[in-house]
Write a protein that binds this ligand. Sequence first.
Ligand code: ARG
Length: 544
Amino acid sequence: MALAKKYKKAPIVIAGDVAAALQESEVFSEVTAVPPGFLNCKVKEHFVTQYLSEMRSSAKYGLKEPERKKKIVIDYGGPNVAKPLHVGHLRSAIIGESVKRIARYMGHEVIGDIHLGDWGLQMGLIITELKERKPDLIYFEEGYEGEYPKEAPFTISELEEIYPTASAKSKEDAAYKEKAMEATFKLQSGVRGYRALWNHIIAVSVADLKKNYANLHVEFDLWKGESDVHDIIPEMVQYMKDGGYARESEGALVVDVKEESDTKEIPPCMILKSDGASLYNTTDLATIKERMEKIHPDQIIYVVDKRQELYFEQVFRCARKTKLVDEHVDLEFLGFGTMNGKDGKPFKTREGGVMRLETLIHDINETMYQKIMENHEADEMEARQTAKIVGLSAIKYGDLSNQASKDYVFDIDRFTSFEGDTGPYILYTIVRIKSILNKYKQQGGSLDNPELQDSTSDVQKALTLELVKFGSVIESAYEDIAPHKICAYIYDMANAFNRFYHETKILTTEDEREKAGYIALLQLTKEIFEVCIDLLAFEAPEKM
Ligand code: ARG
């Protein structure tokens, strides 16, 4: 239709010419022109089969290596030390891990950095509360020059209880808050005993975080934190002053970041408070500086709650204006929405408190376990193990299947269902394929490279046409930083497979060649599923 003007012909005439030219095509079995100017093309079965064979024998199922390998830092997770992980941190971990795996699979060099919140007032609060409770600890003895104990003077459970207590106290008691600010200052200026205590807090907390993230199949390459850039802040501040970027404003140091084209007010980026203390901003900017110097990334992606969008806009503008980043470096903010309960409000416990991640995972696994036991008699140990694997898919798929920026409702019943657009449905489909393959093998069939055959039915062809989309789906999930595209893809693929399964006699087919062809198709389908769920960072059990 777009060509009508150029050729001065009616669209249907042009379509007819194209259809005529494609009559001998190797790709299409049928091309017809349809008014007002459409072309309907039917792909040849054999062409698809050949394409699938090539896909099967190539390293990444036909996905090409990038023309230029990029270096990408992904800043995700972002938990705060000594505070229990709650569901708010879950989204960053789940989305970030998937984004990381997708970019890595594409062939880029990707570095995941947890960017621990380990430097702010919360550390001062904890130290203050510890001092109230155990004033005799050696860490508080001024002038002490000996070594400090290797063992921390608290456990993780104590630590997790200390922070909320201290935080509540500081809200009611101004003097207490004053003490906490002083402790923060002492810590940041390097008082030995405070640093030693802080090291214990980090060690105890990080050990616990590692365990929690491992359960979620989330792995970081770097465990850096806000504190790591503390020492380079003075030189960065000096650089900003020398370059004429920063100015004083009511005692504080700021960089203006508003632009003429702004439609809303973008406040200046504050670098130092009037008392000289650094801020969340300052550590983020210094972290950019450090990443540029040590890693030289082409892109940095931040996976953070979308309520921090304006904040990151300021930080990015400031980094560009002060030339902490080169022009070609892409700073990307992937803001995610809130995980809500069924009432549409941010997800809470039944009592209305903050839901701990461990509790949430426990609840999902329990529901999953009940469902597995309802479905069939199973060995308890095995069912528990399976429930864990399937439970993780329920949580992750429930999250990742939504566009990241949208809020979504965390609905345990829906997420754990074996039917519909859910993780367990996807896994159920994969397990079904595994079980057919196993049976085939038990019946004496060979799984060693069976030959793909041309489709003999619409349902089979529909499945093959899903499989060939693999490369373009992964590419577009990468380009748009959008794991939900992979979820939508495997959901379509699961539906296509199950339709094929219900309408095809796979193992009872008499013709051995045809049967082997089905098996080859099943194998490839299983492999594509497995790559995709690995990119979403969950896995399938053997049985369920
Ligand atoms: N710790 C922060 C929080 O809990 C998130 C960190 C996000 N990453 C960053 N580079 N600022 O809000």
